[in-house]
Ligand binder design. Structure first.
Ligand SMILES: Cc1cc2nc3c(=O)[nH]c(=O)nc-3n(C[C@H](O)[C@H](O)[C@H](O)COP(=O)(O)OP(=O)(O)OC[C@H]3O[C@@H](n4cnc5c(N)ncnc54)[C@H](O)[C@@H]3O)c2cc1C
Length: 865
């Protein structure tokens, strides 16, 4: 390891680092390795950060120590052995001190030094950082390693300063400890610090009264020596274990569960929850099933399980009920790990006061008054938490370009690119900042990743003779949007949590961390760099280069689906053979959510254009009929699929348009090539129109709809019906339609691969369906029809990441140009296969609703022919 000496006492350095916790310490190491001068400014009188300040009884990590430790020094992993599964604060602090000694870090650190303000100078391209002892530091790069949980929340209780007894804050606990023997003690708060300290305070105190506003979920830590079994993977290959952690969901190697909680039997579910309860690992709580944080009903099964555990532990049923969290889902607030927390309430000298029903009115000279009662205490312990994630950052008065302050910029909530940087503040970096996985992860892994990214970036600037780096507005706005969209897929934003800033009066309520996971986030940061610092402006003597762009344009659920498919490493569809591809599509469809219940389903047949038998499935709404009818054509490239292959979407359209949906099959290629499918479309629509009353529908105009090749059949059917003079079609809903035989539109090349439908498959479909020379026939390529006027009104839905996007867009434009009333819905961030995935792809719900609304309005507005 090469670590060159730096100018610690210098006031003019390459990198100024604020904070000497685990983040600041490692950032210094990386600066030294790069041969950059650096200084660390720290308010405390030693290293350790969180573990320097939080010395309350019972303070310990809640991620196993083997995971919650540095990976950047391989020797350290051999030199340091943790004594317990979850090391206590003194041991973690000793670890930080051991690292500081080993790497001689303190020589570049200034302790008892609080940074008060910092200002960017656009002419020198440097930050000037002002400290409370008058020292200024000038630096090219300014790193806020100030911690996510380092700014204690000031208690907002009236009379706090009147109390004449002893007052303690868990976050700034006295270094010599506290003896509560023979004391009457109050603890205010029941978050993680309170849950850890209450059993130990109760063990000493004469009386302990806990004031609780909101109970939290907690599971037993089962602390003690770590088992050989749990250490096996780590010992077998430390480097591989660490690498797995870096690419995992939360920074700890864990198997990803395949099932949702409601997919297994009650006994199986309970057995898995019991195993989680026995294992005593925080990430296991929401990691037992894959939908705990996304599905309220699934989460409820876990919630009930923990409630039952609380009820079976706490003797007094009223106290037990008060300890059962009911106003949030498990994991939407940080869950706790405890040792004898719930058992403590069985002790005769421990009392729980519910301040929701009996609020604290004031703190008095001698104790605490609630609405119903006056309490006398010798000591009050505030376990009231932190101004999380942003508190320490905006706690420094930071002024960027053009005199803008960070406080002003973040008045409505933090805006960052990747949680690392923010526009208008060049060369200012945040470690584990808002918009990064941060507090949702094993923070040691997240800290190391950020430190490395920042150090690599500083080196990149130096190597390329650049002075500054700064994100673009577009990049950061879209990153915040992406992170919020991820959060909206989960139950997280439903809780009044510090993740949302709700615990601090006046703080903007936005979901602060990035919920997409550590591995996915790391891949994103790496990709930003690989793509030439996409979303950043870099400036040097040679000028300013703006590489503007959006790193994640796919909607998050679509992104996750594509990643899952990529991980499966399936052979391309076109290599499976026709029968193999058909079997594969059927199996894939069977694994999707079923869609809503409808009133009735009828499976039957109707005659095709050549007299052959075509299967159909009729979906009838549960509402009183008769209903108007939609004829639906399934997707599958004229080769795959059936009357039931788009079942979930047909159910959805039936229920939400309140129409009978008749999903008709058509003859498939290669057995029946062009124009079989096109002819069957018209034949089927005609038959349904002729038999509307027998089918239980209303006689009169039909609506038609279809997806992909089925939308091609639908569009062709509308054209053929016009030419043939019937049946009367009141409207057409075309989802991602194939509209011509071209392969060279921008969407064909931009989205050729990686978004579900590939151009290779599309070409395979075309080759099976029709010869290149016949593709110009409007019955194959409806866009090429000579006259589109007089066609029924249309909703054309296209998706940004679909090879067929531009064909659909062109058809919508051509219809409109011909005077056809057209709604054209261009879905951002969606793919060809996303919209039919009812209940699986949440972000495309609006598109499905638009399709159902269009059908409803076509059918409602129709007049008989
Ligand atoms: C009680 C508790 C238990 C935790 N347990 C876990 C756990 O088990 N697993 C986990 O992943 N995370 C845990 N965390 C989160 C923990 O904060 C991080 O894991 C990690 O220690 C953060 O390191 P850091 O260096 O980023 O910040 P910190 O350790 O918070 O260090 C920041 C430092 O910056 C200094 N500072 C801040 N502002 C200024 C300023 N203006 N001027 C000068 N100095 C300043 C502070 O004094 C502090 O020393 C826990 C947090 C708490 C409070």
């Amino acid at each position: 390891m090469t670590e060159s000496s730096t100018a610690a006492a210098s006031t003019d350095v390459d990198i100024v680092i604020v904070g000497a916790g685990f983040a600041g310490m490692y950032q210094l190491v990386r600066a030294r390795r790069a041969g950059m001068s650096a200084v660390v400014l720290e308010a405390a009188d030693d290293v350790g950060g969180t573990w320097y300040w939080n010395r309350y009884p019972g303070a310990r990590c809640d991620i196993l120590s083997v995971d919650y430790s540095y990976s950047w020094d391989p020797e350290l992993q051999q030199e340091w052995q943790w004594s317990e599964r979850y090391a206590a604060q003194p041991e973690i602090l000793r670890y930080a001190q051991f690292v500081a000694d080993k790497h001689d870090l303190r020589r570049d650190m200034r302790f008892n030094t609080r940074v008060e303000s910092a200002a960017w100078d656009d002419t020198t391209h440097r930050w000037t950082v002002h400290t409370d002892n008058g020292d200024d530091v000038s630096a090219q790069h300014y790193v806020m390693a100030t911690g996510c949980l380092s700014m204690p929340k000031v208690p907002d209780i009236e009379g706090t300063d009147q109390f004449t007894g002893d007052v303690y804050f868990t976050s700034t606990w006295p270094h010599d400890g506290v003896d509560f023997t023979a004391k009457r003690v109050a603890v205010i708060g029941t978050g993680s610090s309170a849950v850890q300290s209450i059993p130990l305070i109760a063990a000493e105190a004469e009386q302990l009264t806990v004031f609780q506003r909101t109970p939290n979920f907690s599971i037993p830590a089962r602390n003690g020596p770590i088992s050989d079994e749990r250490m096996a993977d780590f010992r077998a290959d430390r480097a591989a274990y660490r690498e797995e952690a870096r690419h995992s969901a939360a920074g700890v190697p864990r198997e990803t569960p395949m099932e949702g909680a409601l997919m297994v039997s009650d006994d199986e579910r309970r057995a898995r929850y019991e195993a989680m309860w026995e294992a005593g690992e925080l990430l296991g709580v929401t990691g037992t099933f894959n939908d705990t944080l996304a599905n309220a009903d699934s989460n409820d099964t876990l919630r009930q399980f923990i409630h039952d555990k609380i009820r079976s532990t706490v003797d007094d049923p009223d106290v037990a009920e008060l300890l059962c969290p009911t106003n949030h889902y498990v994991g939407t607030k940080r869950a706790c790990l405890d040792t004898n927390y719930y058992e403590t309430y069985n002790l005769p000298h421990v009392r729980l006061v519910d301040i929701r029903s009996n609020p604290i009115t004031t703190i008095t000279e001698t104790g605490i008054d609630t609405a119903d009662e006056s309490f006398e205490f010798d000591a009050i312990v505030f376990a009231t938490g932190f101004d999380a994630m942003t508190g320490a950052i905006v706690g420094v008065d930071i002024t960027g370009r053009d005199g803008m302050t960070l406080k002003q910029k973040w008045a409505d909530g933090p805006v960052t690119y990747l949680g690392l940087m923010t526009s208008g503040f060049p060369n200012l970096y945040m470690i584990t900042g808002p918009g990064s996985p941060s507090v949702l992860s094993n923070m040691m892994v997240s800290i190391e990743q950020h430190v490395d990214w920042i150090a690599d970036t500083a080196e990149h600037l130096r190597a390329n003779h650049l002075n500054t780096i700064e994100p673009t507005r577009l990049a950061e706005t879209r990153w915040v949007q992406h992170s919020n969209e991820f959060a909206d897929l989960t139950l997280m934003p439903t809780a009044n949590s510090w993740y949302m800033g709700v615990n601090v009066p006046g703080k903007p309520q936005v979901f602060l961390p990035y919920p997409g996971g550590v591995g996915r986030y790391r891949a994103t940061c790496d990709e930003v760099v690989e793509r030439g610092y996409l979303g950043f402006a870099l400036e040097g003597p040679a000028g300013r280069t703006v590489n503007d762009g959006i790193i994640r344009e796919l909607k998050p659920d679509v992104q996750v689906m594509l990643e899952t498919m990529a991980e499966m490493e399936l052979p391309p569809l076109e290599t499976m053979g026709v029968e193999g591809a058909r079997a594969f599509m059927e199996a894939a469809g069977a694994g999707m959510p079923p869609g809503p219940e409808v009133g009735e389903i009828v499976d039957s047949t109707l005659p095709g254009a050549d007299g052959s038998t075509l299967e159909y499935r009729l979906y009838r709404p549960a509402t009183d009929g008769p209903h108007p009818i939609t004829v639906y054509f399934h997707g599958g490239g004229w080769v795959l699929g059936s009357a039931t292959s788009d079942d979930a979407l047909c159910r959805y359209l039936c229920v939400n348009s309140n129409s009978v949906v008749v999903s008709v099959d058509y003859r498939h290629a290669p057995e029946a090539r062009f124009p079989a499918a096109a002819d069957d479309g018209l034949a089927a629509a005609t038959w349904v129109a002729d038999h509307a009353t027998e089918l239980g529908g209303t006689a009169g105009p039909l609506a038609i709809a279809g997806w992909s090749a089925g939308a091609n059949v639908a569009a062709v059917t509308a054209q053929q019906a016009k030419i043939a003079g019937g049946p009367t079609i009141s409207g057409q809903v075309l989802l991602c339609p194939v509209t011509d035989g071209t392969t060279d539109r921008p969407s064909h090349t931009e989205n050729a691969d990686g978004y579900g439908l590939t151009m290779a498959v599309m070409n395979w479909f075309w080759d099976h369906y029709c010869d290149p020379e016949t593709r110009s026939d409007p019955k194959a390529s409806p866009l090429l029809a000579a006259d589109l006027s007089g066609l029924p009104p249309a909703l054309v839905v296209t998706c940004q990441f679909d090879p067929l996007r531009d064909e659909g867009d062109a058809y919508a434009d051509a219809l409109a140009a011909a005077g056809v009333p057209v709604q054209h819905l261009q879905c951002e961030g969606q793919t060809h296969t996303a919209i039919p995935a009812v209940d699986a792809m949440v972000t495309s719900e609006y598109a499905r609703q638009a399709m159902a609304d269009a059908l409803g309005s076509f059918l409602g507005a129709s007049v008989s022919a």
